[in-house]
Design a binder for this molecule. Structure first.
Ligand code: ADP
Ligand code: MG
Length: 231
């Protein structure tokens, strides 16, 4: 089977002025079913890389194949469609709509798909169940804890069964115990076959992944995986 993601000398320079080389030419492969952490300090290029992987930004050099497709050849509309169907995002700050219930927020994960409303409602119930929040479907985000909010965001990201879950500092706003619960949830989801790429500045978060690469000054350094106890 071909890998889910292949970066071949992918780089990104923000035009400036002055130009900023946020990502030097980078090779990376992620197989379906992987759980990869990309760890690095603030400003190292983590979000730049995640935005490229998530088809939010186009690299300025190199090739990116997503599920066998050279995504540079796609129109903006085709990239948006591919992103909506195949990629789920989880961010540090949850990004829930405050005046919609938890269930409605999860339904919004499939808003721009052809899935009929009744099926979206059903899928949202299943999604909330998968993150242990069946009993909070009617709750508004303002009444949810940080951990519950992130669970809703994860359910929203996973509704429609995307090929890839991309997480940008998903535990950055959570206390240690709550963060551990979210990492346990990600581990359970991974065990059911979800492919996860998580970016973090926190080595403790990275350690939970199956594979770790480090990023520093826009360069991936696979050798640094040694630091995290992965051969
Ligand atoms: P991280 O997520 O690891 O904190 P980023 O990927 O956000 O890092 O940023 C990497 C580098 O690119 C930093 O030096 C940052 O200042 C720079 N950068 C990020 N976005 C832009 C932009 N839109 N224009 C110019 N420079 C940027
Ligand atoms: Mg960032």
């Amino acid at each position: 089977m071909s890998p889910l993601l292949v970066l071949d000398r992918v780089a990104l320079t923000y035009p400036g002025p002055p130009p900023v080389v946020a990502l030097h030419p980078t090779d990376l492969r992620v197989e379906a079913g992987d759980y990869l952490a990309i760890v690095g300090p603030s400003g190292s290029g983590k979000s730049t890389l995640l935005n490229i992987l998530g088809l939010l930004d186009r690299p300025t050099a190199g090739r990116y194949h997503f599920a066998g497709v050279d995504v540079a050849t796609l129109s903006e509309a085709a990239r948006t469609a591919l992103r909506g169907q195949r990629i789920g995002f989880v961010f540090q700050s949850f990004h829930l709509i405050p005046y919609r219930s938890a269930a409605e927020n999860v339904e919004l994960g499939q808003l721009y798909t052809r899935v009929p409303r009744a099926a979206r409602v059903r899928d949202a119930e299943v999604g909330l169940g998968a993150v242990g929040l069946s009993h909070r479907g009617h709750a508004l985000p303002t009444t949810l804890s940080g951990g519950e909010s992130q669970r809703v965001a994860i359910a929203r990201a996973l509704v429609g069964a995307p090929a890839l879950l991309l997480c940008d500092e998903p535990t950055g706003n959570l206390d240690t115990a709550t963060a551990a619960g979210i990492l346990d949830l990600l581990a359970r989801l991974h065990a059911t076959g979800v492919t996860i790429v998580i970016i973090t500045h926190d080595p403790a978060v990275a350690r939970r992944a199956g594979r770790v690469v480090a990023i520093r000054d826009g360069r991936l350094t696979p050798a640094a995986t040694m630091e995290y106890g992965h051969a």
